[in-house]
Design a protein around this ligand. Structure first.
Ligand code: SAH
Ligand code: DHB
Ligand code: MG
Length: 222
């Protein structure tokens, strides 16, 4: 099996189940034109995030890692009119592109982009007594995943769902001797999940337009 067939199947599912979407296509084009990296979730993965948030009836969503706002748009579309989303981004240029994309998508009124190092923003949110979130999507710098998990749990309501992107990285996650800081971060996060009696979790491997990777799904107990 090769990336070629994985891509063809992703395209087939997106064509048959999702269909053309000028807003999302425009967001990707704007991201590319601005020179941002092509590392957003795939279309069928964005739809999965959106469906998870919808099934969960999420009203307050936290995202860590905005980039151009592609996954943000998918998640914001799952919100009811009264719902809101806070997304955290380090890079001012990424945040500026995301702001335009969110405006074009008609979801800017429900989304707040907070710029800065996510660990600092999250610490400030905890200190300020930020209202809890129903759904958290962790997708920023992988070495900080253990800290992001801790903050996500602190900022979650009982029963919240936390989704983490990029937990497989071509299978690199299985190497306990890896010197890759991202792999070390993902593995340390997995250990914390396993050691925390409040958390129930699974992870799945994915192939497709984004190569061989995967998601972890974590539920905070009620
Ligand atoms: N969720 C996006 C992709 C995010 S890519 C999507 O699927 O559409 C990861 C993003 O995390 C990048 O924009 C990067 O600038 C941001 N990032 C990296 N380190 C960060 C940090 N320390 N704090 C906040 N954001 C960070
Ligand atoms: C990278 C980050 C991501 O969030 C992703 O989905 C793919 C790649 C990266 O930093 O290389
Ligand atoms: Mg990612």
């Amino acid at each position: 099996m090769t990336a070629e067939i994985w891509n063809a199947v992703d395209t087939y599912f997106e064509d048959s189940l999702i269909g053309p979407d000028d807003v999302l296509a425009g967001a990707l084009a704007r991201s590319r034109e601005a020179g941002l990296p092509d590392i957003q979730v795939a279309g069928n993965q964005g739809k999965l995030l959106s469906m998870l948030a919808r099934i969960h009836r999420a009203e307050r969503i936290l995202e860590i890692g905005t980039l151009a706002g592609y996954s943000t748009i998918w998640l914001a579309r799952a919100l009811p009119p009264s719902g809101s989303l806070v997304t955290l981004e380090l890079d001012l240029r990424h945040a500026a592109v995301a702001r335009l994309n969110l405006e074009t998508a008609g979801v800017a009124g429900q989304v707040e982009i907070r710029v800065g190092r996510a660990v600092d923003t999250l610490a400030a949110m905890v200190a300020a007594g930020e209202a809890p979130f129903d759904f958290v999507f962790i997708d920023a710098d992988k070495p900080n995943n253990p800290a992001y998990l801790d903050y996500a749990v602190k900022l979650s309501r009982p029963g919240a769902l936390i989704v983490v992107d990029n937990v497989v990285r071509n299978g690199a996650v299985v190497d306990p001797r890896s010197t890759d800081s991202g792999v070390i971060g993902v593995r340390a996060m997995m250990e914390r999940i396993a050691a925390d009696p409040r958390l129930d979790a699974t992870a799945i491997q994915t192939v497709g337009g984004k190569g061989y990777d995967g998601f972890a799904l974590i539920r905070v107990s009620e």
